[in-house]
Design a protein around this ligand. Structure first.
Ligand code: SF4
Ligand code: SF4
Length: 393
């Protein structure tokens, strides 16, 4: 194996696999496709046999050819990076980190799906993952009932709201920043956006196996936040939040997901609330729940809203079923993404809730698209939208 990419611990962990198949059963991609080659077990086994190096030479095995690597690569990128395999593995193998390194190895070898290249190209050219015009990044502000004169772009502020590419540019997801901005205003929070100076956080490059290419984005974003004199950065996108937490250098900034920030705002009593009868269930986004271990803040927010009742999904918190929206899967295999979403929405409907609430724009898009296409009687909303709807203003 390529030792530059894998730590000694990772190389050793490959031999810890007992073949118990817990990761196969827990994998949403396998469950939705019925294809065992998408599982962690298959991937570990294939890669171990392909990389047995000295042992393979001694015993006369033949290394896999280019075709086999390309076919293997197709299975590696058809994964949502949900981390459920790592969560259930009784041998404690850090499977999700292995998948990230494996993607990087495949990119270094030149064996990856063509669409992966588009991510890097868009970011290099336009600084956002969709290749849109950066000038339009904060255009959603105009959708507010009363957009402020400064369009939320201040010279200095205590808090920076880092919006992220999907919520900035995708019409369905733009409802989240609109709602969050209105809630922050109602709570008299001194916040600013970065506007066109906000570049992609770099997370899509992590899933594309090209993390080193994110360096320029990271340095730029940090510089822009520091220039605002902010002490805290708030993210409604769990992937941006995790990217900053794990891959940005420590800069003395408090980093909060919006659900944590809203939890604090509600506890301080600064939000005027009205009664609103609604039964909801909560979907833990993979990057916020399993990855960042933020499970209780969103639930406290929901329970703090008068009249709103929370019913739990059969699989919740660290066991939450992925919605299909992660790992750049939508770009690589839209049909699989839709099938995973279908299984998720089935479980949501079984709770009898009127709405499913999440804390991630990609979960919102994935589940709402499935509900709309299949004409299902289900509201899909973000925690910020739920709080906005309960504001007494
Ligand atoms: S990260 Fe999720 S989708 Fe990918 S192999 Fe593991 S369980 Fe399956
Ligand atoms: S859950 Fe862990 S030990 Fe079991 S098959 Fe998967 S990788 Fe191997």
């Amino acid at each position: 194996m390529n030792n530059r990419l894998y730590s000694k611990g990772q190389l050793m962990s490959l031999d810890a696999c007992t073949g118990c198949a817990a990761c196969v059963e827990a994998c949403p991609a396998v469950g939705a496709s019925g294809d065992g080659r998408l599982s962690g077990f298959y991937r570990l086994d294939w890669r171990r046999r392909a990389g047995a190096g000295r042992l393979r030479r001694l015993f006369g095995g033949r290394p896999p050819g280019g075709e086999a690597w390309r076919a293997f690569s197709e299975t590696v990128f058809r994964c949502t990076l949900c981390g459920n395999c790592a969560e259930v593995c009784p041998a404690g193998i850090g499977l999700k980190d292995l998948w990230l390194n494996l993607r990087q190895e495949l990119v270094d070898r030149g064996d990856y799906p063509a669409k992966v290249e588009m991510i890097g190209e868009n970011l290099a050219e336009s600084r956002n993952v969709f290749g849109e015009d950066q000038e339009d990044r904060a255009e959603w502000v105009e959708d507010l009932d009363e957009p402020p004169d400064d369009l939320f772009i201040k010279e200095q502020a205590e808090v920076v709201y880092f919006t992220g590419c999907v919520a900035s540019f995708f019409p369905l997801a733009q409802q989240i920043p609109v709602a969050l901005a209105e809630v922050l205003e109602a709570g008299q929070v001194d916040f600013t956006l970065l506007g066109e100076d906000e570049w992609c956080c770099g997370f899509p490059l992590l899933g594309a196996g090209s993390l080193p290419a994110a360096r320029e984005l990271i340095e730029h974003n940090l510089e822009m936040v520091k220039a605002k004199g902010a002490r805290e950065v708030v993210f409604a996108c769990p992937s941006c939040y995790m990217m900053w937490r794990e891959h940005y250098p420590e800069a003395g900034l408090k980093l909060s997901h919006a659900t944590q920030f809203l939890d604090g705002l509600l506890a301080s009593g600064r939000l005027p609330l009205r009664e609103r009868e609604l039964t909801v269930t909560y979907h833990d986004p993979c990057d916020l729940g399993r990855a960042a271990r933020v499970f209780e803040a969103p639930r406290r927010v929901i329970r703090a809203l008068p009249g709103v009742a929370l019913v739990e999904l059969a699989d919740n918190r660290e066991k939450c079923l992925c919605c299909g929206g992660g790992g750049n899967l939508e770009m690589i295999d839209q049909a699989l993404n839709a099938k995973i979403a279908g299984r998720k929405v089935e479980q949501v409907l079984a709770t009898g809730a009127e709405a499913v609430v999440s804390g991630c724009q990609q979960c919102l898009r994935t589940m709402a698209t499935h509900a709309r296409r299949n004409k299902l009687p289900l509201k899909v909303m973000d925690v910020a939208q739920l709080v906005r709807a309960s504001l007494d203003i």
